[in-house]
Design a protein around this ligand. Structure first.
Ligand SMILES: Cc1cc2nc3c(=O)[nH]c(=O)nc-3n(C[C@H](O)[C@H](O)[C@H](O)COP(=O)(O)O)c2cc1C
Length: 224
């Protein structure tokens, strides 16, 4: 697939078919994705790839904690935004679109938490990739490299007919991942990627996110 086409096609997929993803395909995707750049070629990323019973255990342990009101405990700073900011507006626009497509009214106190739970269940994807980095690398340094590889994973996945959703939600309870996926304390858990064959009939997969025009974001200097 042409790179530009892949960039245009990639979108967050939040509804999947149950079909399993062959290990060889996931392996191939990670191998290709690891051509990503990283500072001084440090390659800070480590992968834990989950499917089957292990993933089921993790999904339901996450939900148990969420339902019990246990506060999420991510291991790096999750994006925050000032209340009146453009960032908040963009977040609200996304949520509005998802809830509208899913037919969930704003005031629906039952369905909204149910939607939240889907993220903590990796959107019921048949597989999930957890990315962690060695704590010796420090807190923010390795994140740029991780950003590069997660984009690579999502783009390459398209070549195999797979959809992805990068998600902080999947790493909100690191102790669950440590318990079932045996990720040691020496590794900082950064991000999860749900991966599987998209169910294009799932309403939230019809979300079309917008982007700010580049002119509003760019300063051009020295061109004329
Ligand atoms: C670092 C990061 C964390 C994200 N975490 C979540 C998440 O927890 N739940 C979710 O539904 N989407 C999550 N997303 C997906 C974004 O909402 C999505 O990328 C954004 O709305 C743009 O939409 P698109 O991916 O369809 O282009 C995350 C994306 C990134 C890059």
């Amino acid at each position: 697939m042409d790179v530009v086409e892949a960039v245009k096609q990639r979108k967050s997929v939040r509804g999947y078919k149950p079909d399993p993803v062959p290990k060889e395909i996931l392996e191939h995707i990670l191998e290709l994705a690891s051509r990503a750049p990283s500072a001084m070629n440090t390659q800070p990323w480590e992968f834990t790839v989950l499917t089957g019973e292990v993933l089921e255990n993790i999904r339901w342990s996450n939900i148990e904690l969420l339902r019990s009101g246990v506060p999420p405990n991510p291991e790096h700073v999750i994006a925050g935004w000032p209340k009146e900011s453009i960032y908040r507006q963009r977040q609200v626009a996304l949520a509005k679109q998802i809830f509208q497509l899913m037919g969930i009214p704003r005031e629906d106190q039952k369905k909204r938490p149910e939607w939240l739970e889907r993220g903590f269940r990796y959107f019921d994807a048949p597989a999930a990739i957890i990315i962690s980095v060695d704590r010796s690398l420090g807190e923010s340094g390795p994140l740029l490299g991780v950003g590069a590889i997660i984009q690579n994973i999502c783009l390459i996945a398209l070549q195999f007919g797979l959809g992805t959703c990068i998600e902080d939600q999947g790493t909100m309870y690191p102790d669950v991942l440590r318990k079932y996926a045996h990720i040691p304390e020496s590794k900082r858990i950064i991000i999860a990627i749900a991966i599987g064959y998209p169910d294009w009939g799932f309403p939230a997969n019809r979300v079309e996110t917008e982007r700010e025009p580049i002119d509003n974001l760019t300063t051009w200097l020295g061109f004329d």
